[in-house]
Design a protein around this ligand. Structure first.
Ligand code: 13P
Length: 281
């Protein structure tokens, strides 16, 4: 069933767990995510990025993600992740997404505020929630590479929250997107202070490859939405590779695809259990 980002994140904050937010790039990943959430009775955030939509086709992705969202037995937030293109974000709003993210985090604060306000105005008029980012989580983000990582500045975050009134705030506390992260050292003191001062539910991006204990500590300090992309891509690829190793002459997409779904499901369940969102649907 379709759910609201804001409501699910507020429930998570009160219940001291985080809602897993998973990216998908194909039907196999999407099925693995939904099956994991249903078996674990967990709310889930199903995320589409611009490049994933480009690969699958915007109309295809809108229609099959919407079908999965409506048919699921658990709350599903259908979320447009890392929107850089304002017109595409508006199309996601029009298509019936639950929430959208604008990522203008590399721009100066006043421009980030201005663009976020444009999206807030458009999305709110259609009952759609908005996430935005302050500070910058770098790494391999969607199809873009960004070397820089800028921790969130508390005063900027407060000003941003006051001016934009967004529904979820992505912060930078030491994670980065993608596979190669170097040493991962989360700034828990910064997170604690942000959580004390910011009322908006807080979001952690770039959470693949981060030890689960670190993510659990981040949840205890106020993170309510945890974004996972790369770990599910790896799981899907591994499942398909394993199938071909066992079936060297194989060719049936339904069979190797199913192994991809199963591997994604196992990985998604691990995260759901670690984030404590199981049995919260
Ligand atoms: P990872 O690929 O590092 O998990 O990051 C995903 C993400 O933050 C999507 O917004």
């Amino acid at each position: 069933m379709k759910a609201s980002l804001k409501e699910e994140l507020i429930k998570a904050r009160n219940g001291k767990y985080a809602v897993p937010a998973f990216n998908f790039d194909n039907l196999e990943m999407m099925k693995g995510i939904i099956e994991a959430a249903e078996e674990e009775k967990s709310p889930v955030i199903l995320m589409v990025t611009e490049s994933a939509a480009k690969y699958m086709g915007l109309d295809y992705v809108f229609s099959f993600a919407m079908t999965a969202t409506q048919n699921a037995s658990v709350p599903v937030v259908l979320h447009w992740d890392h929107g850089f293109d304002i017109e595409l974000i508006k199309r996601a709003v029009d298509a019936g997404f639950s929430s959208v993210m604008l990522d203008s985090s590399l721009k100066p604060l006043d421009e980030n505020v201005k663009e976020t306000l444009e999206i807030v105005k458009y999305a709110r008029s259609k009952g759609v929630d908005v996430e935005s980012e302050i500070g910058h989580v770098g790494g391999k983000e969607d199809d873009r590479n960004s070397a820089s990582n800028g921790y969130t500045d508390i005063n900027e975050a407060l000003e941003f929250e006051k001016q934009t009134q967004i529904d979820a705030l992505a912060i930078a506390i030491g994670t980065s997107h993608g596979l190669f992260k170097g040493e991962i050292k989360l700034q828990f003191d910064l997170l604690k202070e942000l959580n004390e001062k910011i009322k908006t539910p807080l979001v952690l991006h770039g959470s693949s490859q981060v030890p689960l204990e670190d993510l659990q500590k981040a949840i205890s300090l106020g993170i309510t939405k945890i974004n996972i992309g790369t770990d599910l891509k790896i799981a899907c690829a591994q499942g398909i590779k394993d199938w071909f190793e066992k079936n060297p002459g194989g060719y049936d997409a339904r069979k190797y695809g199913r192994t991809g779904v199963d591997f994604v499901k196992v990985e998604a369940k691990k995260k759901i259990q670690a984030f404590g969102s199981n049995n919260r649907a």
